[in-house]
Structure formats: structure tokens, C-alpha cells
Ligand binder design. Structure first.
Ligand code: MRU
Length: 345
């Protein structure tokens, strides 16, 4: 059975994106050839997940450079369009980082930008494989014994959210490959259901046993002793280890602390933002109220009631047992932080 999907591909003159808004019912691809279409795909979450956004942002610069040549834009217009891609969603640092990484190649033309963007994509897949192995090693060392584990995850940090394999789900795939997954509790992840629509889809394709639960069930499942470890991804990790991820992640972390089980964040270094001393500076995306106020087009709220719809929350470093990156594992709640690693302290 196929275990991976291609979220993003450069076709030579544009981007081919797996449209994540129509999964799991339909597997369809979008062809994106201009900046407007890419910004729209990012905002609608047709492409989503921090590392995938980094890759999309990098290829977005190639798109903008091609479009500039095609439509006769001057440099100011081209730069303004690139800035729109960079700012299309605010929380995942990877989007801006992906754009910034390839910008120096813009003067050499779209092919040079696309080649560097492809390097971002390839590095992401390699990094995820390393995260999977390091995360599985750490979890098995920490949980002890040799029985298969019950793993909880929130949102989707799989192949769909990255260039391939996944971060949190990369760890789950690796554990499964070693015969060490009993089941995965996939939080459905309101309001856009990345857990039930995307994570469950990926796990099923990979033959990994899973159940979907309402987000509100997660703390109780954890405190009832039904979970051995929680593994999630991240959109931005501050220098002190504070971690922004999909709304609802904080509740999982609090429950893990109360139950005394590890809360593990799996993310590439490209998600670490050393410019932010702590999580208070993370820009939290507010999504449209309609995502909360309606279901399948039908209102779920009385007329005149508005919504509060933050897409992310920040888990304080003291609740993050471990941060697994492609270069190693930091035991954050014990005092290891990204800042310490980078400063060599
Ligand atoms: O709003 P989304 O679907 O882009 O949110 C995605 C998440 O919160 C993921 O957990 C995070 O980006 C890590 S993906 C490896």
C-alpha cells in the first residue's frame, strides 16, 4: 500500500498541488501558474502545514519571477507580489523563510529560483526521515518496554503537511515500521478537520491503525490512561521552546503533563524562529468566522452571534517534553532549548 503522497510538485512552468480541501472524498490536483492562484490556495488551505507552506513559498517566488517576465512587471511590482505570497498566512514561519531562502536567486531567473526551491523540498523530505528515526528512538527509550504504543496526534503533520513523509506522522510511520504502534488517536481538529480528513486518510493508506476522536475527548482519553505519548507538529518554535501549533494542541499538552506522559513536538529546524525569544510574539492567524458559524453551508449559531476563530495556540516550553528536529532531540521541559543549541551554551 502506498505510504506517501506528493503534496507539491514543480512542473517546469507552475506548481501542481494536491488539493487538501476536497480530501478524503476526492484526490484532485490544482495547477497553479500565477501568484493570485497560489495566494488563494494557501489561504483556503488547499496547501497547508508549515513545511509544505515553506516549499510553496519558495516555488511561489519562481512563479512570480515567471509571471513578471510574462506580463512585463517592473521589479517593484514583482517584489510586491512576492511579498503577498510571503504574507499569505502569518503563523508558520516556514512560509516567509521559504520565500527568503530563494529570493537571492531571483536575479538569475525563474529556473534558478525553482532549483533552489527544489532543494528546500528535497531537504524537507530528508529531514523528515531523520526526524522519524530520532523521534522513534527517543520515544521508545523514554516509554520503555516492548509493547506497541498508543499515540495521540493533533491536526495533520504528515506527508500532506510537508514535502513528504511527515514530521509527527513521520515519527508514527517509523514506530509502525518497527512494529511499535498499537493505535493512533487522531484528534479531528476543528474547525477544518485536518485530523479526521487528512491524518486519518494518511494513516489508513499506510495501514496504521487509528481512531478519530473529537478534540474535546483528547484530555479525557489521556487522563484515562489510554495514551502512551502525544506527538504533534509545529508552525513556529520560539528560541525558548514555546511552540505554536494548531488550536487545541495546548489542551493536549496540559493533559499530558497531568497524566505524566511525554508531549513530543516533531519539527524541522526551518520551523524554529530564533528571532523570537518566546511564544508571546508568535502572530496567531485569525480565520474567517464562517468556519465556526456554519456546517456544510447551514448555520450552526443563532443569528447575530459572532465567532472567535484563532487557528493556532502556543504551548509553553515547560509543557514540551521533547522537540525532535532532524539534528537531534531537545528535552525542552528539562531546560534544553533551541537557543541553547544555536548559541552552543
Ligand atoms: O492550519 P494548518 O492546517 O496549516 O495547520 C497545520 C498545523 O498546525 C500543523 O500541525 C503544523 O503546520 C505542522 S505540519 C508538519
Amino acid at each position: 500500500m502506498t505510504t506517501d503522497v506528493r503534496t507539491i510538485e514543480w512542473t517546469g512552468d507552475g506548481l501542481r498541488l494536491l488539493d487538501q480541501t476536497v480530501l478524503p472524498g476526492r484526490v484532485e490536483y490544482l495547477t497553479v501558474r500565477d501568484v493570485d492562484a497560489l495566494v488563494d490556495a494557501i489561504r483556503r488551505l488547499a496547501v497547508r502545514g508549515a513545511p509544505a507552506l515553506g516549499v510553496a513559498g519558495a516555488f511561489g517566488v519562481a512563479l512570480a519571477v515567471r509571471q513578471a517576465a510574462r506580463e512585463g512587471w517592473d521589479d517593484a511590482r514583482r517584489d510586491a507580489e512576492i511579498a503577498r505570497v510571503r504574507a499569505a498566512r502569518p503563523t508558520a514561519v516556514n512560509l516567509a523563510a521559504g520565500v527568503d531562502r530563494v529570493l537571492p536567486f531571483a536575479a538569475k531567473g525563474a529556473d534558478a529560483v525553482a532549483a533552489e526551491a527544489q532543494a528546500v523540498l528535497d531537504e524537507d523530505v530528508r529531514g523528515n526521515r531523520a526526524i522519524g528515526v530520532l523521534g522513534a528512538d527517543w520515544i521508545l527509550g523514554r516509554t520503555g518496554g516492548d509493547r506497541p504504543l498508543r499515540v495521540l496526534t493533533h491536526c495533520n503533520a504528515g506527508a500532506l503537511a510537508t514535502a513528504g513523509w511527515g514530521t509527527a506522522l513521520g515519527v508514527v510511520r517509523e514506530l509502525h515500521g518497527r512494529g511499535r504502534v498499537e493505535t493512533v488517536y487522531a484528534d479531528e481538529t476543528r474547525p477544518l478537520l485536518q485530523g479526521s480528513r487528512l491524518t486519518a486518510w494518511e494513516l489508513r493508506r499506510a495501514g496504521i491503525p487509528c481512531v478519530v476522536q473529537a478534540d474535546a475527548a483528547a484530555p479525557s482519553t489521556i487522563l484515562r490512561g489510554l495514551v502512551d505519548v502525544a506527538v504533534i507538529g509545529a508552525d513556529r518554535v520560539a528560541a525558548n521552546g514555546d511552540t505554536a501549533n494548531k488550536i487545541g494542541s495546548l489542551g493536549v499538552a496540559l493533559a499530558c503533563r497531568a497524566a505524566g506522559i511525554p508531549f513530543v513536538v516533531a519539527a524541522p529546524w526551518s520551523t524554529v524562529d530564533l528571532a523570537l525569544p518566546d511564544g508571546t510574539g508568535v502572530p496567531i492567524e485569525q480565520r474567517p468566522a464562517e468556519e465556526i458559524l456554519a456546517w456544510n453551508g447551514a448555520p450552526t449559531v443563532p443569528d447575530g452571534v459572532d465567532a472567535f476563530n484563532p487557528a493556532f495556540d502556543v504551548t509553553p516550553a515547560r509543557l514540551v517534553t521533547a522537540l525532535v528536529t532532524e539534528t537531534g532531540v531537545l528535552e525542552v521541559s528539562s531546560g534544553d532549548t533551541p537557543r541553547h543549541v544555536r548559541s552552543g551554551a
